[in-house]
Design a protein around this ligand. Sequence first.
Ligand SMILES: C=C(O[C@H]1C=CC=C(C(=O)O)[C@@H]1O)C(=O)O
Length: 358
Amino acid sequence: MLYPENKEFQHLLDKVKNAIEQRLPVCLYRKPNQEKVKAVFQNSDQLLFTSDFENTGFVFAPFDLRDNAVLLRPDKILSATYLIPIEEKGASGLKLAETGKSIHLDLVEKGLKSIAKGDLEKVVLSRKIEIKHQISPENIVLRLLNAYPSAFCYLFFHPKIGLWCGASPETFLQVENDEVKTMSLAGTLPYQPNAHPEWGQKELDEQAMVTDFIKNRLLKEVDDLQVNGPESSKAGLLWHLKTELRAKLSLNSSLKDIVKSLHPTPAVCGLPFDESKKFILEHEGYNRAYYTGFLGELSMGESPDTSLYVNLRCMELTQNGASIYVGGGITADSNPEKEWEEIQNKSKTMLRLLQIPE
Ligand SMILES: C=C(O[C@H]1C=CC=C(C(=O)O)[C@@H]1O)C(=O)O
């Protein structure tokens, strides 16, 4: 037993473990700053999709929406309160390998050349890191819940898709009645205890580009748009610059319209939209799959509302291993070495879950 003090939570965790063992789709998740953990179970291994986001269920959408967004049909939903134990083990002994550095530096240089030529203004470039480990999904999910109370934490399994988990710091879209909320999250610095982040022009410009894009795209779909920020926001061992946007959904707009006009935002793709996406697909050299896609409840919450998060700080769990996905925004002011350090720091968000001894 992993959590004997809380029978309700242990029951939920056991059910999730059973579903994975029986190869049935399931997603366990906790919204930011909440004590309630939920799990959605689908009682068949059918691969279902949503294209208009009008269904009820849990959506798991890829970076490239030409591939389908997976829908978990909520045949059963369980929830339990989970209180984080006070004695939390810190991130100890993190060893960061430099493997893949030269490949990533070359990719960043290519991005910088396209920016210098005027083809791109910004492009988010990423990589996949393969790690070996022996930790069970139940232990990983506990570590995730304990380490990142202010993130959207999840463990998603579908036998035809795979096993993914993550701690996303970024809201993609929240819709409750006609109220729409989203955020622009871009600009990163390492977190230093007792010190405030000192943002440079590169991060401020990068953040402004993302905010302007979201603002301009949203203005076509919403009324009464309000923009608050940017401000510093802590995400695990990192600081980000964050701007919050809220508005009223226009009468002739739908969730599908907003999703299609925003995803993928320049926080995970780039500017101009089409050219940066093309650059990523041509040059990154691997398939992002569900990294930098989005996931969450569709018409399924208490209200019922929709709350979607960007699939960042995530990994795919495989037999005895994991693939950690990390990326960063490249602009004209980027320094390739610093960009490498930034994604190394981002990789610690998932890496620390695999390296603390059982
Ligand atoms: C693409 C990622 O982060 C995005 C979100 C916040 C800050 C970012 C940045 O500063 O580059 C990225 O835009 C990632 O973590 O893999």
